[in-house]
Design a protein around this ligand. Structure first.
Ligand SMILES: Nc1nc2c(ncn2[C@@H]2O[C@H](COP(=O)(O)OP(=O)(O)OP(=O)(O)O)[C@@H](O)[C@H]2O)c(=O)[nH]1
Length: 260
C-alpha cells in the first residue's frame, strides 16, 4: 500500500542537509511546486463551482417562490372569477324570473302567459284538444282599497292570487293580467270541465276573510271561452273579456260562458 507524503514531510526532506547532493532533489522540488499549483487551481475551480451552485440554488429558490406566489394569485383570481360567474348566472336567472313574473303576487305576468298560450296553439295545431281561457276580475276592488287602505288591498290581491292558484291543476296557469284582473290558461280543457274549475275558484274566493273577520271579503266575476281551431288567439282573448264584461253587467260574482 502506498501512502502519500504530506507537504510538511516533503519540505523536511528537501531541506534535509543529508539530501542536498541527491540528484533527485530538484526534480522532487519541481514536482512539489507543480502539485501545489494543481491543487490551488483545483481549489479555485471548486470555489467557483460552489459559488455557481449556491447562486443557481438561490435563483431556483427565488423562481420557485415567485411561481408559488403567482400560482396562489391565479387560484385567488380563479376563485373570484368563479364566484363572479356564479353570481352573474344567479342574477341572470333572477332577471329572467323577474321579467316573467308579477312582482306583487309572484304569478306569471302577461308575457309568460302569452308564451304559454303560443305553446298551446302549437299543441292544438298538432291535433291536441283545445284550451280554455278564463278572464277573472275582483268585484268592487276599489272598495277594499278605500276601506282598508292600499297596503291591505295589495295583501288581498296576494291572497286572491294564492286562492286561485290552489284550485288549479299542475299544468294550468294563472297570470296577473293587470290590476285586479287575472287570466287562467287551462290546457286541453273543454268548457264543461273549465266551468266546474272556475266555480270552484269562485267558491274559494267567497270564503276568503280578512284578519279573523267572518264576513266574506270578496267575490270575482269570470268570463270563459274555448280556443276555436285556427282562429287568431286575440279573438279568443277578446271573447273571454267580453264574457267577463257580461258577468259584471249581469250583477257580478258570476261566470259567463261564451263558447265561440
Ligand atoms: N291595492 C292595489 N289596488 C289595485 C292594484 N291594481 C289595481 N288596483 C285597484 O283596483 C281598483 C279597480 O277599480 P275598478 O276598475 O273601478 O273596479 P272595481 O272597483 O274592482 O269594480 P268592478 O271591477 O266594476 O267590480 C282600483 O281602485 C285600483 O286602484 C294593486 O296592485 N294594488
Amino acid at each position: 500500500m502506498t501512502s502519500r507524503l504530506s507537504d510538511r514531510e516533503l519540505e523536511q526532506l528537501l531541506s534535509d542537509p543529508a539530501q542536498q547532493n541527491n540528484p533527485l532533489l530538484p526534480v522532487l522540488q519541481q514536482l512539489l511546486e507543480r502539485d501545489r499549483e494543481q491543487r490551488e487551481r483545483l481549489e479555485r475551480l471548486l470555489r467557483i463551482s460552489d459559488c455557481s451552485y449556491d447562486m443557481a440554488r438561490s435563483q431556483t429558490h427565488d423562481l420557485l417562490h415567485q411561481y408559488d406566489r403567482q400560482l396562489r394569485r391565479l387560484e385567488k383570481i380563479t376563485r373570484i372569477s368563479d364566484r363572479y360567474q356564479r353570481s352573474l348566472l344567479e342574477l341572470n336567472e333572477e332577471l329572467k324570473k323577474a321579467a316573467l313574473r308579477d312582482p306583487l303576487t309572484g304569478l306569471a305576468n302577461r308575457r309568460l302567459l302569452m308564451e304559454r298560450v303560443r305553446e298551446e296553439l302549437d299543441r292544438c295545431r298538432r291535433g291536441r284538444a283545445p284550451f280554455s281561457l278564463v278572464m277573472l276580475d275582483a268585484d268592487h276592488f276599489k272598495r277594499i282599497n278605500d276601506v282598508f287602505g292600499h297596503d291591505t288591498g295589495d295583501r288581498v290581491l296576494c291572497m286572491l292570487a294564492d286562492t286561485i292558484s290552489r284550485q288549479l291543476r299542475g299544468y294550468d296557469l294563472c297570470a296577473r293580467w293587470g290590476g285586479e284582473e287575472f287570466m287562467l290558461l287551462l290546457p286541453e280543457t273543454g268548457l264543461d270541465q273549465a266551468s266546474a274549475l272556475v266555480k270552484r275558484v269562485m267558491q274559494a274566493v267567497r270564503s276568503l276573510t280578512l284578519d279573523g273577520d267572518s264576513a266574506s271579503l270578496l267575490s270575482v266575476s269570470a268570463g270563459l271561452t274555448c280556443y276555436q281551431p285556427d282562429e287568431d288567439v286575440d279573438l279568443t282573448i277578446n271573447r273571454a273579456d267580453g264574457a267577463l264584461i257580461q258577468a259584471k253587467n249581469n250583477g257580478r260574482d258570476r261566470l259567463m260562458v261564451v263558447p265561440h
